[in-house]
Design a protein around this ligand. Structure first.
Ligand code: FES
Length: 575
């Protein structure tokens, strides 16, 4: 690294250093908190942005972890300040945590900007917390290290391993078709979430913490350590120690983020068989670094990147198995030849140096390019007259028989319409039908709720049907599975072609050809567009109004237009 900063060059020095009236206030009020001059004077001030909350089940260990991060900061000669931020609890926050990802990003950025912060440790992991925290830190561009929450322990029920999300949907269908009892269902409820930590399937949480590590934001292998493993506590402490050094080295997010580091992130997304949510978040994070990633980049990289980790929902194992098998570093070392290994990371070393010598201890869990789960990544971008700006399907989680399929559309106007009719015995569907849900996109949902795995109609479940082609402008939980076409852009709420589909139309899905086609003429489509009427606005005030006015479509990352890019924002005056 280059020259080290001097104490008087620290950003926080502007608050604490001068012998003036304002600095007197900053110092005296720090003393008020019981901290003496040697605690902070001339030391890097480290903000610990903690997304702990009583409502966030995945972060319930974060109070202890924050103390462990502080321990590391103190040991390395820094001054830690814990700053809480919105928790984005995936299962509880409505209409969708995605609606509030940008809120967390703004909060993170402005916390870092408005206070005397020299560097930060970002504590997140539950789905949208990872991209939200990183987007804010990238925009503020002070030294930042991401401390992932880690996955929870494996679920357990009657000797069977249960995976977050995936087994909920699976056994819910079995309950609805009468194959398990209400008592079984209660036992599953009691056994599926056994500890602190994020969903332990390869859902959005583990996808995004893996992406963060691949980008260089986390210590090596940190994204795979189970939340309640003592290695996790030590990783928290090491993160605290390392950030202090990063401040002296002046190693900032945009020093490690390049087109190549984002290519590495996309490769990891593909190799993990990661969540479709990952595409939206990677595009948004790159946008904060001034890097534009078209959907086609995922396609190009996916064609050259095998799917390597045998994890649910696409495979067999869970995050705990992944960690014991060697974790992300094991996987990365196994695919070294596919990576840009010279990219700089938060350790001050390159990605290649970080992973050097990592081993794979279970070759069934972590595959290599010579023995992959599939030769190509599983996230496929589709286009066609139904999705001119793109749509996404996770082919590894789909029934291979349905990847080329044409069927009659059954259209649901919105989620409530679907919920009211899906189990109607008279619903005019068969196993070949294509279920369509609209008004579930960035504006229509709002926030693209994870409704994209539409339920199989009960009458078909009873006939043994377990997968169908489903199309929506919603997202899908990374723990979900099925032949679900997602993120259809532009969305139906703003008059995208999905708004023009009618029940009975034929829709053709052709994944090998990357096509999604509504089989009607251009004239017919144009005629329907002429008579289409927009719906009434959802929000007249508040955050919802800001969201509605500024959020971009899924293919652009769903960021706010005024937060994209790297235009400089002045440092606050200290008066
Ligand atoms: Fe938090 Fe799944 S609910 S990661």
């Amino acid at each position: 690294m280059g020259t080290r900063k001097k104490p008087e060059e620290l950003r926080s020095h502007r608050w604490y250093g001068p012998q003036d009236l304002r600095s007197f206030g900053h110092r005296s009020r720090t003393l008020q908190m019981g901290h003496s001059h040697p605690d902070y004077k001339g030391k890097p001030v480290i903000a610990i942005i903690n997304t702990w909350s009583d409502i966030n089940n995945c972060h319930s260990h974060f109070r202890q972890r924050a103390e462990e991060v502080k321990r590391g900061v103190w040991q390395a000669g820094g001054y830690p300040l814990e700053m809480p931020a919105i928790a984005l609890a995936e299962v509880f926050q409505k209409p969708s945590t995605m609606m509030y990802r940008n809120f967390l990003a703004m909060e993170t950025e402005e916390l870092l900007r408005s206070y005397p912060v020299d560097g930060c440790v970002l504590m997140g992991g539950c789905d949208k917390t990872t991209p939200g925290l990183l987007m804010g830190a990238i925009s503020m561009n002070v030294p930042a290290i991401f401390m992932p929450a880690g996955p929870m322990l494996r679920g357990n029920w009657q000797g069977k391993t249960l995976g977050s999300g995936s087994d909920v949907w699976k056994y819910w269908d079995e309950l609805r078709s009468g194959n398990i009892t209400g008592r079984d269902w209660t036992q599953i409820e009691e056994g599926i979430a056994r500890s602190a930590g994020t969903c332990m399937t390869m859902g959005t949480a583990s996808t995004m913490t893996g992406v963060a590590e691949a980008l260089g934001f986390s210590l090596p292998n940190s994204s795979t350590i189970p939340a309640v493993d003592s290695n996790h506590s030590r990783m928290a402490e090491f993160s605290g120690r390392r950030i202090v050094e990063m401040v002296w080295e002046d190693l900032k997010p945009r020093d490690i983020l390049t087109e190549k580091s984002f290519d590495n992130a996309i490769r990891v997304l593909m190799a993990l068989g990661g969540s479709t949510n990952g595409l939206i978040h990677v595009i948004a994070m790159a946008g904060r670094a001034g890097i534009s990633i078209p959907l086609e980049r995922f396609e190009q990289i996916g064609q050259r990147t095998p799917y390597l980790v045998n994890m649910r929902p696409s495979g067999k194992y869970l995050m705990e198995d992944f960690y014991y098998a060697g974790g992300l570093c094991g996987m990365l070392e196994g695919m070294r030849g596919l990576l840009d290994v010279d990219e700089l990371t938060c350790t001050g070393k390159t990605l290649g140096e970080n992973i050097a010598g990592a081993k794979i201890h279970n070759a069934d869990v972590i595959r290599t390019p010579v023995n992959p789960m599939q030769p190509e990544g599983g996230l496929i971008v589709l286009r066609g007259n139904l999705a001119p700006d793109g749509a996404v399907i996770k082919s590894t989680a789909a029934d291979p028989k349905l990847l080329q399929h044409a069927g009659r559309a059954m259209v649901f106007e919105d989620y409530n319409d679907m919920a009211a009719r899906i189990d109607d015995p008279d619903l005019d569907v068969d196993a070949d039908s294509v279920l369509v849900l609209r008004n579930a996109g960035p504006l229509g949902g709002p926030g693209m709720p994870e409704w994209g795995m539409l339920p199989i109609p009960k009458k078909l479940l009873k006939q043994g049907v377990r997968d169908m082609v489903r199309i929506s402008d919603a997202r899908m939980s990374g723990t979900s599975y099925g032949t679900c076409v997602l993120h259809v852009s532009p969305e139906s709420w703003i008059g995208g072609p999905l708004a023009l589909v009618r029940t009975g139309d034929i829709i053709e899905l052709d994944v090998p050809a990357r096509k999604l086609t509504l089989k009607i003429s251009d004239e017919e489509l144009a005629g329907r567009r002429e008579v289409w009427k927009p719906k009434a606005k959802k929000y007249e005030r508040g955050y919802g109004k800001i969201f509605s006015q500024h959020v971009s479509q899924a293919d652009k990352g769903c960021d706010f237009d005024f937060l994209e890019g790297t235009a400089p924002i002045p440092e606050p005056e200290i008066h």
